[in-house]
Design a protein around this ligand. Structure first.
Ligand code: FES
Ligand code: FES
Length: 214
């Protein structure tokens, strides 16, 4: 009795499926191709990365106001508001402490709200109004909270002070400076490694009592 053929033949008469010799040849050809062309694979991956990197570095037009001055800039998408302020606008009063949103040294105001500029991408600030520590005094006249920091010894090395002042002004405007506990709570994002906290609270409480200028 003739043996039943379970495979179909293709145009060349080869069996279409289930041919162990053919499967073996296919697999070994694939393995050879991969082993002979790692450079080509890497090149293709590199080209993809280059495209992504180029997009990453491509500058984007950005208009924003800083301390009342309008700026039309070109900014890479990866640049933070902190780096833009310090490096492109040379306003170095705003400090880089941790660069990770943990110390508050980089606090600025955007449209009246306090933000951590190290966690804010500059390109997201299109047409916004930014105020830095350089923008709070009235010419030669210091802001009342700056005066109060001096009066109450609210700093030692001063590195955290610009962020403390910007946060303190916001804290008063937000209505979170009614008592010392509130001030401590709402200023808790601003770290002072010199430990000037007690005097910072006194300065903010005093200005809150006297009222901020508009
Ligand atoms: Fe932004 Fe520390 S530098 S929170
Ligand atoms: Fe030195 Fe605050 S005054 S870190």
């Amino acid at each position: 009795m003739a043996k039943k053929n379970t495979h179909q033949n293709d145009a060349d008469g080869n069996q279409e499926a289930g041919n162990p010799r053919r499967d073996f040849l296919k697999q070994s050809t694939l393995i050879t191709a991969i082993s002979l062309s790692p450079g080509a694979l890497l090149k293709a991956a590199d080209a993809k990365l280059d495209d992504k990197f180029a997009a990453y570095l491509e500058k984007i037009p950005l208009s924003l106001e800083v301390n009342g001055v309008k700026h039309n800039l070109s900014v890479e998408p990866r640049v933070t508001l902190l780096d833009l302020i310090r490096e492109q606008l040379s306003l170095t009063g705003t400090k880089k402490g941790c660069d990770h949103g943990q110390c508050g040294a980089c606090t600025v105001h955007v449209d009246g709200q306090r933000v951590l500029s190290c966690l804010t991408l500059a390109v997201t600030q299109q047409n916004n109004k930014v105020t830095t520590i350089e923008g709070v005094a009235d010419g030669e006249k210091l802001h009342p909270l700056q005066e109060a920091f001096i009066k109450h010894d609210g700093f030692q090395c001063g590195y955290c002070t610009p962020g403390q002042v910007m946060s303190g002004i916001a804290c008063i405007k937000e209505g979170h400076a009614g008592n010392d506990d509130d001030i401590r709570e709402y200023m808790s994002g601003n770290i002072c490694r010199c430990g000037a906290y007690h005097n910072i609270v006194k300065a903010i409480a005093e200005v809150n009592k006297e009222g901020l200028p508009i």
